[in-house]
Design a binder for this molecule. Structure first.
Ligand SMILES: Cc1cc2nc3c(=O)[nH]c(=O)nc-3n(C[C@H](O)[C@H](O)[C@H](O)COP(=O)(O)OP(=O)(O)OC[C@H]3O[C@@H](n4cnc5c(N)ncnc54)[C@H](O)[C@@H]3O)c2cc1C
Length: 289
């Protein structure tokens, strides 16, 4: 099926894009189009106007800035992130995650910004970005605001972004410990995914703090508080037994939607298995640090 007729604009600045999308009628930003064009062709989404953001310079930049923050432009494709030297050096797990999203065609045009803004619950990147405590920078007609990755999804396929706000940059502190990610997928997208990020002091084998997020079970990634609490302040050698002891309570904390990806008990079990695999990788990485 073809989409209903729409206008097309290609602004060259962020301000121009925000203005264009907010003019009368319902404009939408168009990045790689891998979600949007499919939905328009299926007539699930209709828009009067597409605002192509590919012509805006600077939105596809990746850098480690002077404040030790890694910044990823929202227009970066999965392929670009997978192959970027900064990401490969400081967050290899994110490079590997992006190298395994979808298929080669989607990875070469689909962007991290489009992935986040679509709000699909069975997505890969948001779970890791939430574990990294990433901030998402939105620019709209009334200025700039920053939303934590944990707070970005309002409900399934709905984010807190206003329709005329452009996601420009995703930023997070350069990790000081291992960052790991595991997912289980038997269809197109993950049924369950788990990301973990530890903060370690230089040359230390004690965990200062840990963030663990489980995704794809509800509309947004969920923290495993019981595991985070148990990891804080313990040595790397104590991690596995500590997680095993905390796991039953931690998994009970999760809200789980039962759907075609499986029942609640099954998904909780998978989350536990993935978490322990993350832990084994993190222990090995911390040991070799
Ligand atoms: C076959 C297939 C398999 C897939 N498998 C996976 C998978 O395994 N894991 C996974 O995580 N994902 C998967 N995806 C999703 C894929 O990652 C996304 O389709 C892609 O990243 C979306 O990016 P895009 O640039 O094409 O977005 P678009 O389609 O251009 O846009 C998507 C939405 O975001 C909005 N938008 C885009 N950019 C911005 C911005 N900067 N600011 C504000 N709003 C914006 C658009 O208006 C639209 O509403 C799959 C998709 C397909 C089609």
């Amino acid at each position: 099926m073809l989409p209903s007729p729409f206008e097309f604009e290609r602004p060259s600045t962020i301000a121009g894009a925000v203005r264009a999308v907010g003019q009368s009628g319902d404009g939408m930003f168009y990045s790689g189009g891998t979600e949007l064009l499919l939905a328009m062709k299926m007539r699930v989404i209709h828009t009067d106007r597409l605002i192509d953001i590919k012509g805006i310079p600077g939105l596809d930049r990746i850098a480690l800035n002077d404040a030790n923050n890694i910044e990823i432009g929202a227009r970066c494709t999965h392929n670009k992130i997978a192959n970027d030297p900064v990401i490969r050096e400081y967050v290899p797990a994110l490079s590997s995650l992006c190298a395994n999203v979808a298929n080669v065609r989607v990875r070469s045009v689909g962007t991290i910004g489009g992935n986040l803004c679509f709000g699909e619950p069975h997505a890969d990147p948001l779970t890791m970005l939430a574990a990294l405590d990433a901030r998402l920078v939105l620019i709209g007609p009334s200025g700039t605001r920053v939303v934590h990755a944990d707070d970005f999804i309002r409900s399934e396929l709905e984010t807190v972004r206003e329709p005329d706000e452009l996601l420009t940059v995703i930023a997070f502190s350069r990790p000081t410990g291992p960052v790991t990610y595991r997912r289980f997928k038997h269809g197109e997208r993950p049924s369950v995914n788990v990301a973990m990020a530890w903060s370690l002091g230089v040359g230390e084998r004690t965990i200062k703090s840990a963030r663990v997020r489980v995704g794809a079970l509800g509309s947004r990634p969920q923290p495993l508080k019981a595991v985070e609490d148990t990891l804080q302040g313990i040595s790397v050698a104590e991690v596995r037994p500590a997680i095993e002891a905390a796991l039953p309570t931690a998994l009970d904390e999760l809200e789980v939607n039962e759907d075609r990806h499986g029942g609640a008990d099954y998904k909780r079990h998978l989350a536990g298995v993935l978490l322990l695999r993350n832990a084994d990788e993190a222990i090995a990485a911390a040991g070799s640090a």
